[in-house]
Ligand binder design. Sequence first.
Ligand code: PLP
Length: 392
Amino acid sequence: MSNLTELIHSIPVDPQTGAIAVPIYQTSTFVQEAPGVNKGYDYARSNNPTREAAEKIIAKLEKGAVAAAFSSGLAAIDAVIKLLKSGDEIVAVDDIYGGAFRLFHKVYEKFGIKVTYVDTTDVQAVFQAITPATRLIWLETPTNPTLKISDIAAISEIAKANHCLLCVDNTFASPVLQQPITLGADLVVHSATKYLGGHSDIIAGIVVAKTQQLGEEIKFYQNATGAILSPFDSFLLIRGIETLPLRIRQHNANAIAIAQYLSEHPAVDKVFYPGLISHPGHELAKRQSKGFGGIISFTLKDDSIEAATAFVTSTKYFKLAESLGGVKSLLCHPATMTHKSIPAEKRWAAGVSDSLIRLSVGLEEVEDLIADLDHTFQSIQNVERKERVEVA
Ligand SMILES: *Cc1c(COP(=O)(O)O)cnc(C)c1O
């Protein structure tokens, strides 16, 4: 579903009342006429009309058969891993979301699930990491925070040939830009906390399955383990999705202008943005997605924790916070925030240098955002000069 009219009108009018907004069915249970005779709902963990509406819209957006909504992105990832059993193996993208790494390493390893991490931008490396026990390939593309791009279609061929499932965490791209199922993925997950919700007001997760059968397995774990999305948060998610294509269009346009500005700034060393011709994944990103997204990372010529800290505490509109994908622009400093627990050597090897700053470009006027960055570059220059005078 790429058409905005189609998206807006796929959000159902309430059949009971004609309400144009999807009502919040804030109820735990549903009255039955006789045991097992009901209107399609019996208990709200198993199904709820508000959650069901959100799930149906997202299944359509991602071109899957079934979607299941969870109380967080991590709960969604957890439901996918529950498809596996002890002895199974996963081949995963090496710069995976930190919370997914923690879940795999600290929770599932002790149940006998082994994970091998590879640079999935190298299709051959994925192929070589597969063993007879591999059941699942796990991709994120683009990745956090260096926005590496992996070839979904090529890796789906490897997955099929080796009887593995391919799951893509599509949080950074959103289904407006990239639909992994159309490129051969079996499963898609989202932290709907980010672009799908889009307003920094919910924690939510989604799994979309390509087939009805796989979808039913995911729905089984959704009900059996119970980490469901609440009716109110489902309502907010639907409300966010109504404007998803418009928001993504503007996030993209703003990010392209800012990436260009940063790449020309004398205080900037590297810019990581798939929309720049200099990005190693540029051609692939152009081929498999309709745009380059709203996340940009960059490093400073003064590659120090101090310079980056001065920068991230001096902006006016870019607010210092973890998370991304909302209306308001955010920035974060991975070395001291999201990637703090990773040893420095390992962090540097992954391209996350001391001064790397990640921007989540919001929906403000792009001129104001660029002016904010410009003032900030000037103000941190002054900080440095002052220190040098003191030393002298
Ligand atoms: C935030 C995030 C998650 C985790 O989602 P939560 O909603 O915070 O549980 C998973 N994957 C990616 C890529 C994310 O950015």
